[in-house]
Design a protein. Structure first.
Length: 356
């Protein structure tokens, strides 16, 4: 199974996961990648909260499997509406550990956010088991609503990309990926560096304050210079923001189509972003967050030609416990359009897409 050109998207029957499917399919079409859709459930803990769409009796594996097939059928129809033919997987067992193993095989994994009790909560729940912190390939987390419950619109095209970058290897890798991603869309790139507050210096416009900020900007210029050479047509803008990186990038998510960050798994600049999913960027962003995990960064530094996105051995589906590839027909196209109208505020009128 050659998956270095593939995207994996997780669904659980929630509108949030169908929105993630829409985003993943749209990106796969743009990037020329294939798409696989996975639905995960576990027994005997499986119950009504596991899937948002239906109720299944506790421990009823056959009914749960049927529910998973129905969910995959709807998600496949959504992908088909984007012009993407998707294959489908069913996962039983602990989805967090299975998704980490699956991440060896893929270019990208996409999941929806703001689910309660569903797949997103199990994959993003804690730093110790968080998929974005421990995956072998990059993760994109697609929001469903903002903090006030307002449904968020998803664009067909990406025109503005923000990236949080510092001098660490994780921050530098995130910057490199953000530049490549933005260039592939013909988008502009806004690079944000969050720095400690410099309050307390004598005078509001002191020479010392000016010198510190100038030093930060010089460091940022050094990191950006190779990207300007690699992508001469890419428009790059820079900003230095005193204070919280989480606040700065959450604000950027209101004005950009994608926000890119690195994850070192714990501590430091990126640890602040992912250390608490209830308070951090992943929970408050209103645009998709592209996370570059620690394992991916470390593997990319080996200098070897990668066998998979993170230069780790690909595992066949037979080697990953609880994963089954299934051939599922897509749902009716009208059902996909009905879902499309639900998941996006600009796609109303019986699912017909309004102009961007």
């Amino acid at each position: 199974m050659v998956n270095d050109k593939a995207i994996l998207v997780g669904v659980d029957g929630s509108d949030a996961s169908y929105k993630a499917t829409w985003w993943a399919a749209n990106y796969a079409k743009h990037a020329g990648l294939t798409l696989q859709i996975v639905c995960a459930y576990s027994l005997p803990s499986y119950a009504a909260v596991s899937f948002d769409a239906t109720y299944t009796a506790l421990g009823d594996d056959k009914a749960a499997h049927n529910d998973a097939q129905e969910i995959l059928s709807k998600a496949k129809a959504i992908a088909d509406e984007q012009g993407v033919e998707a294959t489908t997987l069913i996962v039983t067992g602990d989805p967090a550990s299975v998704f980490v193993e699956l991440s060896r095989n893929y270019n990208l994994i996409v999941i929806g956010n703001r689910g309660k009790g569903g797949l997103a909560e199990r994959l993003l729940g804690t730093t110790s088991s968080s998929l974005p912190a421990y995956a072998y390939c990059p993760i994109i987390v697609v929001p469903y609503t903002d903090d006030d419950g307002k449904l968020m619109h998803l664009n067909n095209t990406i025109t503005k990309v923000a990236v949080g970058s510092d001098e660490t290897r994780w921050g530098i890798k995130a910057l490199e990926i953000a530049a490549s991603f933005a260039n592939s869309w013909g988008a502009e790139l806004d690079v944000t560096l969050a720095v400690p507050s410099i309050d307390g210096l004598t005078g509001s416009d002191s020479d010392e304050e000016h010198g510190i900020m100038e030093s930060y900007m010089e460091d940022l210029d050094v990191r950006i210079k190779p990207l300007q050479a690699a992508y001469p047509d890419l428009r790059i803008f820079k900003s230095i923001v005193p204070g919280s990186a989480v606040q700065a990038l959450t604000k950027a998510s209101h004005e950009h189509d994608v926000v890119v960050v690195g994850s070192r798994g714990r501590g430091g600049f990126t640890g602040l972003l992912l250390g608490s999913t209830s308070q951090g960027l992943l929970q408050h962003a209103v645009s998709p967050v592209y996370v570059v995990p620690r394992k991916y960064v470390e593997a990319s530094e080996s200098g070897k030609t990668p066998n998979s996105p993170a230069d780790v051995p690909i595992m066949s589906l037979e080697e990953i416990s609880g994963v089954q590839q299934v051939d599922i027909p897509r749902a009716d196209a009208q059902l996909a359009r009905d879902i499309d109208a639900i998941i996006d505020p600009l796609r109303q009128d019986d699912g017909e897409k309004k102009p961007e």
